[in-house]
Design a protein around this ligand. Structure first.
Ligand code: 5CA
Length: 445
């Protein structure tokens, strides 16, 4: 992509309505535009990152054996009356009436609808276990939408639903989700810590939230500092292996880590004092096991091995896809702008032409652009006539992890400059070598 042909409406001024750094940077980098309170348009740069995050979520879900589908955003109130949540959900639910006077709602979550799909099509225990998920927009009429995409009213969520014959099987599904989430967040360059939490309107007793530590986080958290040393890394995992999944869950949840809703001061004080941490975190996901809370009232039963109908054991598992953009920026930025982890960056590399209009510089940049494209990589080439300082400032603001700077002086010596956004370190090398280096970096991402 050439910047001269792209749509990147960066802001020079710091928007006054944004209170936290991720919101400020998303507005300044031209990633989002507020449409109304808590509702955003995703401008091209923001949309690219959102799609990258979605792709990682999809890949890790499918790797864990989960099956994607897509349910609508608008739902009939009837299903929610069956589960009893239509009245219980309160003013957070956006209620709509259609032209035939039917009560509808913009889905805040999909337990009811998926249970209806399940009961319509599955009748035997032989079809279990089953995990269906989708990535779809949700609406929650939050009292205080704030911090940009962090607490929106309309937001993108991955929500997955598990159906199992027994509690034991359902807990394996829970553990499997925990493992797949650890992988998912690490691929985005995040450490998200599973913490014991409260289940709220979803229900059930078993639930963990995944929290990214950040001063601007909305949740107060209490944990044993040893937990921040844990990393899932690139270990092999067999998602069908019950023991393996359980042992990962134990490894990641045996130390004290809780949100304020479930915090237990006495238990916390049992940790050696120098390891006790009180901090803030951003909730980027939550997993729930709630047994037969929906299957029982909604009649989602299967015929068990003995021929008798049994309500299925269910869980639901969510990832805050749009919130993750904010969380990643909170965790990875400096005073010049965003620093995207390679896994989610909107463009793999920026190319800065120091002297647009100079035939040699133009040709070298065009050749670099072509080489990257041929390798399946996505470069952003600043071919505008802005001065060098402004071009660097834009690249730093939008946070591409790698930049190649091309100028007539370097080209005379056969070199361009490769710069890391994270460390600021630069190295001169021939253009082909810079291409090879970038290709290598992205090989395993
Ligand atoms: N049905 C369950 C799991 S599928 C569910 O709705 N869980 S949830 O309420 O915990 O939401 C899942 C994730 O969506 C949260 O962990 C959070 O990361 C994200 N989320 C929730 N509310 C908002 C919001 N207002 N704005 C942005 N993201 C949100």
């Amino acid at each position: 992509m050439r910047l001269s042909r792209y749509f990147l409406p960066v802001l020079k001024e710091t928007p006054s309505e944004a209170q936290i750094v991720s919101h400020r940077l998303m507005l300044r980098a031209g990633m989002i535009k507020q449409a109304s309170a808590g509702i955003y348009s995703w401008l091209p740069l923001g949309y690219k990152v959102l799609r990258n995050i979605e792709r990682i979520v999809h890949e890790e879900q499918v790797r864990a054996g989960h099956i994607p589908l897509l349910m609508p955003t608008l739902q009939s109130a009837d299903l929610w009356k069956e589960s009893g949540r239509y009245d219980a959900y309160g003013p957070e639910m956006l209620r709509i009436r259609d032209r035939h006077d039917r009560d509808m709602l913009y889905g805040p979550t999909n337990e009811e609808m998926i249970t209806d799909i399940f009961r319509s099509h599955v009748s035997s225990y032989k079809d279990l276990p089953l995990t269906l998920y989708h990535i779809q927009w949700k609406f929650r009429d939050e009292v205080r939408p704030r911090f940009g995409v962090m607490r929106g009213r309309e937001f993108l969520m991955k929500d997955g639903y598990t159906f199992d014959l027994t509690k034991e099987d359902a807990l394996h599904a829970y553990n499997r989700h925990l493992v797949s989430y650890l992988r998912t967040y690490e691929r985005m360059g995040l450490q998200a810590i599973p913490m014991r939490a409260d289940s709220g309107p979803i229900g059930g007793d078993d639930t963990h939230e995944f929290l990214v530590l950040a001063e601007t986080g909305e949740s107060e958290v209490f944990y044993d500092s040893e937990i921040t040393g844990l990393k899932f890394g690139d270990r092999e995992i067999d998602y069908d292996n019950v023991e393996q999944c359980r042992s990962v869950l134990e490894e990641f949840t045996s130390r004290y880590a809780r949100t304020d809703e479930t915090h237990d001061e006495a238990l916390f004080n049992e940790i050696p004092e120098d390891r006790r941490r009180v901090a803030r975190g951003i909730e980027v996901g939550q997993i729930f096991y709630f047994g037969t809370k929906y299957s029982e009232p909604m009649g989602a039963t299967v015929q068990g091995p003995d021929g008798k109908p049994v309500p299925v054991h269910m869980g639901s598992h969510g990832i805050g896809v749009s919130r993750l953009l904010g969380a990643i920026i909170e965790a990875s930025h400096d005073d010049r702008g965003i620093i995207w982890p390679e896994g989610v960056t909107p463009f793999h590399v920026g190319i800065v032409n120091l002297k647009s209009g100079d035939p040699e510089a133009d040709a070298a940049c065009a050749a670099l652009h072509e080489s990257f494209t041929a390798l399946g990589l996505d470069p952003l080439y600043d071919d505008t006539s802005e001065r060098a300082g402004a071009k660097f400032a834009t690249m730093d603001l939008i946070g591409l992890p790698w930049r190649i700077t091309v100028g007539p002086r370097g080209l005379k010596n056969g070199v361009v400059e490769l710069t890391s956004r994270r460390t600021g370190e630069s190295e001169e090398m021939p253009p082909e070598q810079a291409v090879a280096r970038i290709a290598e970096i992205y090989q395993d991402v």
